[in-house]
Ligand binder design. Structure first.
Ligand code: KIV
Length: 264
């Protein structure tokens, strides 16, 4: 099966098939995600919350993103691996942005990077990264790295003014040369309008069914995380807990290890 690329994803816009994107942060989960047929494995900075147990994504470092990205890239054979640029890795200046994006490609072996915010603010960073031949995915709407400014994880684009701003931002991301854009937590009708008006794929999370694709956090769809806003497709947390309880019980009552578990 041919490897999915930024170019093949862009070409799919308007062809009908939806893009499926899921997060992965380590080798075994990346293997599962890839085998399940996702188009994009996103090494999200959500690992700060989901894997590290923090209240936000702000403390995730470049070293940590490179570490997680490499594990994912080593596992994935078919999907495109996109790595998040963590807080302050691209906001300071375009040179820093390029150096850090380059680390995610060279050390992490990602095929593209994602960064949050408008081209008005970070167009210089996007241009510098693209000029080096690294595909960039945009991310607008609820941008978790700005949670302290936004005042919480809430729906964006409810007022007329905010809707217009988000439409401009989506166009700006397209004009800057990004190959796709994540629309997070915006009203479904606005996401539909943006999807209609931009020529790059829109990938929604809490943005309705009209986007060109959907992205969710691996742990959330499997009932492994603590977020409950999305559909849970399996109760993995329950299964894992049950497995651990059965193990503890078997050790305690002496039924493990049994004959077949010991070396002779
Ligand atoms: O960090 C992340 O996982 C993300 C997605 C949820 C879009 O940015």
């Amino acid at each position: 099966m041919a490897r999915i690329t930024a170019v093949s994803l862009k070409e799919r816009k308007g062809q009908g098939g939806k893009i499926a994107m899921l997060t992965a942060y380590d080798f075994p989960t990346a293997q599962i995600v890839d085998a399940a047929g996702v188009d994009i494995a996103l090494v999200g900075d959500s690992c700060g919350m989901v894997v590290m147990g923090r209240p936000d994504t702000l403390g995730v470092t470049m070293d940590q993103m490179c570490y997680h990205t490499r594990m994912v890239a080593d596992a994935v054979e078919h999907a495109m691996v996109v790595a998040d640029m963590p807080f302050l890795s691209y906001q300071v200046n375009p040179d820093d942005a390029l150096r850090n994006a380059g680390r995610l490609i060279v050390e992490g072996r990602a095929q593209g990077v994602k960064l949050e915010g408008s081209a008005d603010k970070f167009g210089g960073a996007i241009t510098a990264i693209l000029r080096a031949g690294i595909p960039v995915m945009g991310h607008i709407g609820l941008t978790p790295q700005s949670v302290n400014q936004i005042g919480g994880y809430k729906v964006q684009g409810r007022s007329t003014e905010c809707r217009a701003r988000l439409m401009d931002e989506a166009r700006g991301i397209e004009e800057a040369g990004c190959f796709a854009v994540v629309l997070e937590c915006i009203p479904a009708d606005l996401a539909a309008e943006i999807t209609e008006r931009v020529s790059i794929p829109t990938i929604g999370i809490g943005a309705g069914a009209s986007c060109d694709g959907q992205v969710l956090v691996f742990h959330d769809i499997l009932g492994w995380g603590t977020v409950r806003f999305t559909r849970t497709f399996a109760d993995v947390r329950g299964l894992m807990r049950q497995g651990c309880e059965d193990y503890v019980k078997a050790v305690q009552d002496g039924s493990f290890p049994s004959e077949e578990n010991v070396f002779k």
